[in-house]
Design a protein around this ligand. Structure first.
Ligand code: PHE
Length: 358
């Protein structure tokens, strides 16, 4: 008995070459190499052969099996790397769509916006001062004396004039020893915007001044060399400390909840007199005592006071006619409390896993 392998081989080869997809390849694999396939049929005949024929017959079938396997693998690989139909303009409309990544406001921008929004509803207007300020506006105009620690080179980022060619101060000359008003720095608080706001508007006026401030602090969980403040001033003929209290109480109730209580502690700032630091009753533990309020029930959120006459004069306001109140608060601190964030650095790392949560 003999068998014509070349006939099977030729047929298998042409069918494999004609296969146009993986399903067809799989069909041919089953047809030729499957348990009930063509080759298996021939294998089943081996016991019927004379012993001397078996070896040649078997090894011929084996070669055929190897060849068919190789052709199948070759064709499969060729189909796999070939361009899929979609490249030819085919669109699978049943595939799920790609979800566009939606942007959103940074948590600090959200909180800054919320703060400004509340004060705007109380009649304040938003005013923005520059981040590069004159030493005059940042310190002198605000009654901060030369010996004040915040004026030290270690506590403020000074900018040498030569490094900021083109940036020139528009103010009138102020003679302060060997320094001129053109000494520039990165503002260490938003208070210098008070001076610019007064120069830009006639009293009575009420403005809120948000923005970035800079201090060369070592960065850790609660310090950053750049952070945000919101400053506010209101100037009028008869304005009093009680007006300041009323405005801050209204703000705190909107921002932290209607049961929020305020505590005014006497304090000192060169640019306000009298001055106070303001604590809110802890809205996280309802003043019972928790880690956020260090078990005291109170959280410090801002500094404030009646504007010092020196500051009103620096802004060009007549101190016989006008008085004002001022306050300043840190945006990061409020955002950390509101969102339960325990490390200020998270706001500035641009890690999507963090930012996506707000
Ligand atoms: N400028 C002060 C600070 O940075 C805050 C402040 C503003 C205090 C206005 C009183 C009035 O700490």
């Amino acid at each position: 008995m003999s068998v014509d392998y070349s006939y099977i081989a030729a047929e298998a080869k042409s069918q494999i070459e004609a296969a146009s997809d993986k399903a067809a390849i799989e069909g041919l694999r089953i047809k030729y190499l499957g348990r009930k396939g063509v080759l298996q049929d021939h294998m089943a005949k081996i016991p019927e052969l004379a012993p001397e024929e078996r070896r040649a017959y078997g090894s011929g079938l084996n070669d055929l099996k190897n060849n068919i396997s190789a052709w199948l693998a070759e064709k499969e690989a060729a189909l796999g790397v070939a361009a899929p139909p979609s490249a030819a303009g085919y669109v699978d409309v049943t595939l799920p769509g790609k979800k566009p990544v939606l942007g959103r406001l940074h948590p600090l921008t959200q909180v800054e916006g919320q703060i400004c929004d509340i004060f705007c509803r109380l009649g304040f207007k938003v005013f923005k001062g520059p981040e590069v300020e004159t030493e005059h506006n940042n310190f002198v105009a605000l009654n901060i004396p030369l010996e004040h620690p915040s004026r030290d080179a270690f506590d403020t980022f000074y900018i040498k004039k030569c490094q900021v060619s083109g940036v020139r101060c528009q103010e009138k000359a102020h003679d302060i020893g060997n320094m001129t008003q053109e000494t520039l720095l990165l503002r260490s608080h938003t208070s210098p915007a008070q001076i610019r706001a007064m120069k830009a508007a006639e009293p009575p006026m009420a403005v809120i001044m948000p923005g970035r401030v800079y201090r060369p602090d070592a960065v850790d969980a609660s310090h950053s060399f750049m952070f945000h403040q919101v400053e506010g001033i209101a100037v009028d003929a008869q304005i009093r400390f009680s007006d300041l209290k009323g405005v801050l109480i209204a703000f705190a109730r909107e921002m932290f909840g209607k049961d929020t209580k305020l505590r005014f502690r006497p304090s000192f700032f060169p640019f306000t007199e009298p001055s106070a630091e303001v604590d809110i009753s802890c809205f996280l533990c309802k003043a019972k005592g928790c880690p956020a309020c260090k078990k005291s029930g109170w959280i410090e959120i801002l500094g404030c006071g009646m504007m010092h006459p020196h500051v009103l004069r620096s802004g060009g306001y007549d101190t016989k006619k006008w008085r004002g109140f001022a306050f300043g608060m840190g945006v990061e601190r409020i955002a950390m409390l509101k969102f339960g964030v325990n490390d200020i650095r998270l706001f500035f790392e641009n890690d999507m896993r963090f930012l996506e949560q707000f």
